[in-house]
Design a binder for this molecule. Sequence first.
Ligand code: CU
Length: 368
Amino acid sequence: MLSTLGMAFLNFLRIAVISTLLFTSVNGACNNPKVRQEWRSISSDDRAAWLNAIKCLAKLPHDPSVAPTVDPTLSVIPPMTTNSSYYDDFVYTHMDLNVEIHQTGFFFPWHRLFVQTLQNKMEEKCGYTGVHPYWDWTKDTSDPEHATVFSNDTTDGLGWWGDANNDYQINTGALKDITVAYPVPHHIRRNLTLQPFLNTASGFAPPAGVATTFEINNTYTTAAVNVALDNYTGNYTGFQSYFENIMGPHPGPHIILGGDMSGTCPDGLVAPACVGGQKWSPNDPFFFLHHAMVDRVWWTWQNEDPSNKDAFAGGSISIQVDPTVPITGGPPALSTASIIPGDGLLPGGITVEQVLDTEGDYLCYTYE
Ligand SMILES: [Cu+2]
């Protein structure tokens, strides 16, 4: 009798422990965060695995549940082609949501969710098990052309600069055979652009007081990042607008990579058939390594001061209301309860609040 009672008690305890474990898991507590690492500090095998997962997504078909949601008159983008890849769906989503996710409050949270969604889809669809790497561009500001991140290795290399005789399409590294769909099918284009203000056709005009010979690698140095980290305590829109400004740390790595990363039109395509901008920049997977670094700087800022942790504000559409005011989005205003738009590619119904903490109920990662 005693022993039966004892057994029953032990069973009760076991069920209680299991329930507690399940409860913790159901609530998604982040007990073991993935640690994101710099591209060059992961192993060759891990770099190859990430590149293989990109190639895998680029071979999977377009998902018909991904569809544009933004008024097409707000941003000139090419129509969606259903004869495209699942990787192209990432590019299309970024193009479609362009006016909602750049120079608005959504800039940091949206790109955080975008990078995480790529990681999730790599895991779900391609069996990827690694962490999401980032490109620490502050390490490569002194000689960007010869940075070791541009490796020709066909297994673990991101590839070198593109071929000037072939519209700057890359023909080295593991990504050279990927065809991307937008704005027209092509191989990834990468065109070193150190002095974007020299050539007016580049679409970049120098801000007042900035020489046309200015070298854009000066905008994403450690010192430039520290300006962001040191001057905007508790001021989310100040931090965001400094970061997205042409002289701030976010545009520089896009611009210097040129080609797809800076959204230039392929050879022979001109307005109105092709209107450039930052829209198809995710064509180059460098985009995700760059934006993981942007995310890392936001994460650093968030962890630097308690008033930064949950700081969030800004408008919802990239219209400059007053030219003297830095761009943080026009009305209506966003809040932490705002739902992050995702066009059916990003998980639906995720709020800004849910992505503010990278080690919370929804996200579970940190940075080295
Ligand atoms: Cu973007």
